[in-house]
Design a protein around this ligand. Structure first.
Ligand code: FE2
Length: 382
């Protein structure tokens, strides 16, 4: 498996034992703060590798292991306060999207002031940030190569994304994903798959994001079943991580739209809904509409699942079924009610979608999203 580096805005090292790549960057700091969750940084072995490297370089550090999935602004502000008190010269994020996104916001808050919600609402400009090094532990987020951070505003339950900062340098080592539990393997791959589908079909899509998306989806369709069958298959993990990384570059260029928008509303209301699970639940129904609007590229993306797709809008329901079958075959069969949603929540969902941040994000969707589409998608997947 080839190890390589990429010089995107983030300097990325992709492949086994890439941790050494951070050494020249870390050498220039005397004090760093590590931001991570409670478990995965330790279980994956990444935290031990980082601590060993910091020890070797004589760098003083603290570990703030408070990050949880779907982090709230109050949590991020509390981490920022703790980091600010320690006064580090740089941050190291170890984890998936939640840890890396938290660290992006913290790196910005500590350098520019303000609070998490200022950046999510765009009230404050993220003009600079502490140097941030990301060690990615999942094959879903793409956050190690993009500029986005996602968090939930406590009072309104709006789960919003904002372009905050790129990590200075990142590490994608497939060995750190070998310990991902089965459901995380599934959810994070579904996340990467919808990054691919949406970045190739948004109103900002272009030949570059289409190329990345077709390739990302192809790798996910091929290697997700293998990783689920044999979780320690480092080759399968390498390609899933590769797929999520290139899909991350694709969303950095062309963003996501309706599937992510609706999922953000849902997991904003119920943070126990994992991001990838929410996408997997509402995604296939919405794909039917996306396919009708952008049939040529959708057919190209979904061809590994149904080679007979030719790119005609009439195939939309067949395309949806092919994706549903793939998800069923890899063992994903979840409903919104599994997470406590009922018919009553629909009103809140519709109300949140009417708020300003979601309305402006909605403009990236390649078709007109009506109330009826949302109602049908919600109720059919309850
Ligand atoms: Fe996502």
């Amino acid at each position: 498996m080839t190890r390589f580096t990429l010089n995107t805005p983030t300097k990325l090292c992709f492949g086994e034992k890439c941790i050494e790549f951070l050494e020249p960057y870390l050498r220039s700091h005397r004090r760093v703060a590590i931001v991570c969750g409670r478990k995965s940084a330790r279980v994956s072995g990444a935290l031990q590798d980082v601590e060993q490297l910091l020890g070797k370089l004589g760098i003083e550090y603290i570990v703030i292991d408070k990050v949880v999935p779907n982090p709230s602004c109050s949590l991020i502000d509390a981490v920022a306060e703790e980091v600010w008190r320690f006064g580090p010269h740089a941050l190291i994020a170890i984890g998936g999207g939640s840890a890396i996104d938290t660290a992006k916001l913290v790196a910005t808050i500590v350098a520019c002031g303000g609070s998490c919600r200022d950046y999510l609402y765009g009230a404050r400009k993220a003009s600079r940030n502490l140097p941030l090094y990301a060690i990615n532990l999942t094959h879903g987020t793409g956050s190690e190569v993009d500029r986005y951070a996602v968090a939930t505003i406590d009072e309104t339950r709006e789960k919003l994304g904002a372009g905050v900062c790129y990590p200075t340098a990142s590490v994608d080592d497939p060995r750190y994903t070998l310990t991902l539990p089965r459901n995380q393997t599934l959810y994070t791959s579904i996340d990467a798959l919808f990054h691919a589908i949406e970045a190739a079909t948004s109103t900002l899509a272009n030949p570059f994001t289409e190329m990345l998306s077709v390739e990302a989806a192809r790798k996910i369709f091929e290697y997700l079943p293998k990783a689920l069958e044999k979780p320690d298959d480092v080759d399968a993990r390498y390609w899933l991580l590769y797929a999520s990384m290139i899909a991350g570059i694709a969303i950095d260029v062309a963003a996501t739209h309706i599937v992510h928008i609706l999922e953000h509303v849902l997991s904003g209301l119920r943070p126990e809904l994992p991001h990838g699970a929410g996408l997997g639940i509402v995604g296939p129904k919405l794909l039917e509409h996306i396919y009708r609007a952008k049939p040529r590229i959708c057919a190209e993306i979904l061809k590994p699942l149904d080679p007979s797709l030719s790119g005609s809008p009439e195939e939309a329901s067949r395309a949806r079924k092919s994706l549903e079958k793939f998800l069923r075959d890899v063992g994903f069969d979840e409903k919104l009610s599994n997470y406590g949603f009922t018919e009553k929540d629909l009103e809140n969902v519709l109300k949140l979608l009417e708020t300003k941040p979601f309305r402006s994000w909605m403009r990236l969707t390649p078709f007109e999203v009506t109330k009826q589409i949302i109602e049908e998608t919600y109720l059919e997947n309850l």
